[in-house]
Write a protein that binds this ligand. Structure first.
Ligand code: AMP
Ligand code: MG
Length: 407
């Protein structure tokens, strides 16, 4: 870590968000195990191997329109229709001089035919088809291999399969695919104040909301996710649960207990039974964020405050999980917008304030603050559709200033 990339706010310099992300990539090794699964189950999974085409697409010259097909070398304005080529039931004969066939979209052209004229352009008189004099030959035909040739790459290794990819692979006859195995993730909440839904709230207790946010954030076909429930503020119990989980999972995520209060044991347990890579970053919300390993298992100790959970997940954990699961990490798109509310900010940490981005009639992006930015204010995060990214050294934003926004 270079000194310039640290932000001095307290006695010790805090790690910048960028350095924290880099440290995670340096420490993580993507999964390597593969499994072969039916194509139908492969949506959103990461391909383990590049897939090549074993057939041409299209595999036969076929019609792009409903109309009449003929050989351009024997074209004249009056042709006799001698049969029909249907999609799936081709006309098997060969066309002689002066002949054409009725043809439908997707139907294979007769052997020597190379042109299709749309049915709207012709006049039909029994078996006699009258074509306009100015038609263009060799049109409305889909040629062999114009989409994909035998041996072409269909999808590259490490691609996350989209709906279109499934269609492409199916079109090429691919029935099963080799994908990287699922990343096994378990998540826990920590805290004596937490009560599960369905139980009455007694004084001082709160409902455990973080496990619900994490449940939503971890929806990804590449992950096999287990809800590990609540761990009380008890160091021995925390150590027991985390050591066991580290044997069974690739990744542990906890929320709460990551700062420096008397009941915050996460960092202590991580350093006792594993290794702490870092445990504080210059980010708001989300300063207490522990990253490390217990045995071979990666560990993310997120803060307890609910908005800090979703923000640190979006900024730090999400891309790390994609990377671990073998996928390609894409930097989220950033755009600039005119800020329509003043924003308070003190120098020190990079802030991810919650905003509402809109596009005005002239196309300009404008962003509003959602209001109260406390890391416990879930309602203001819930109405947001973006983060307003404020650099560590920013000391506030005036109405009309241009800001960076992350969707
Ligand atoms: P901690 O980091 O454990 O000190 O927690 C910081 C704040 O987040 C406290 O106000 C906790 O009550 C709250 N908090 C911790 N865990 C959860 C949770 N699972 N659901 C909702 N709030 C929580
Ligand atoms: Mg706590």
């Amino acid at each position: 870590m270079s000194l310039e990339s640290c932000v001095i706010t307290e006695k010790k310099p805090l790690l910048s968000v960028e350095d924290a992300q880099q440290r995670i990539y340096d420490a993580c090794l993507p999964l390597t195990g593969n499994e072969i699964i039916p194509l139908k189950h492969a949506f959103g999974r990461v391909l383990a191997q590049t897939i090549f085409a074993s057939i041409d697409l299209p595999s036969a010259r076929n019609a792009a329109m409903d109309g009449y097909a003929f050989a351009s070398e024997s074209f004249n304005e009056n042709l006799t229709v001698v049969g029909t080529s249907w999609a799936g039931k081709p006309f098997e004969g060969e066309l002689k001089m002066g002949e054409c066939v009725r043809i439908f979209t997707g139907a294979v052209l007769p052997k020597n035919a190379d042109s299709v004229v749309m049915q709207e352009y012709v006049t039909v008189d029994g078996a006699q088809i009258q074509f306009p004099a100015d038609i263009v030959l060799r049109k409305n035909v889909r040629e062999i291999g114009e989409d994909v040739r035998v041996g072409d790459v269909l999808c590259v290794a490490n691609k996350t399969l989209s709906a279109v990819d499934l269609g492409l692979l199916a079109a090429a006859g691919v029935e099963t695919v080799s994908v990287i195995r699922q990343l096994k993730i378990v998540y826990f909440s920590t805290g004596d104040e937490l009560v599960r839904l369905g139980k009455p709230l007694t004084r001082g207790k709160i409902y455990d909301s973080n496990r619900y946010s994490l449940h939503g954030l971890l929806q990804n076909p590449c992950y096999q996710v287990v809800d590990g429930a609540v761990i009380p503020d008890d160091k021995v119990e925390l150590q027991r649960v985390l050591t066991q989980a580290a044997r069974d999972f690739d990744v542990i995520i906890t929320t709460g207990g990551a700062s420096v209060g008397e009941a915050d044991y996460v960092k202590a347990v991580l350093s006792d039974c594993g290794e702490v890579n870092f445990w504080k970053i210059a980010m708001k919300p989300g300063k207490p964020l522990a990253f490390g390993k217990i045995g071979a298992c990666y560990f993310f100790g997120l803060p307890g405050n609910p908005v800090a959970v979703t923000t640190t997940f979006d900024v730090i954990v999400k891309s790390a999980l994609v990377y671990l699961a073998g996928g390609k990490v894409k930097k989220p798109w950033q755009l600039t917008a005119v800020c329509t509310t003043p924003l308070k900010k003190s120098r020190g940490r990079q802030e991810y304030q919650r905003g509402i981005l809109q596009q005005s009639e002239n196309g300009e992006f404008q962003v509003d603050s959602t209001g109260h930015q406390g890391s416990h204010i879930l309602s203001s995060a819930s109405v947001s559709n973006c983060y307003i990214l404020l650099a560590a050294d920013c000391t506030g934003v005036q109405i009309g200033d241009t800001v960076t926004v992350i969707l």
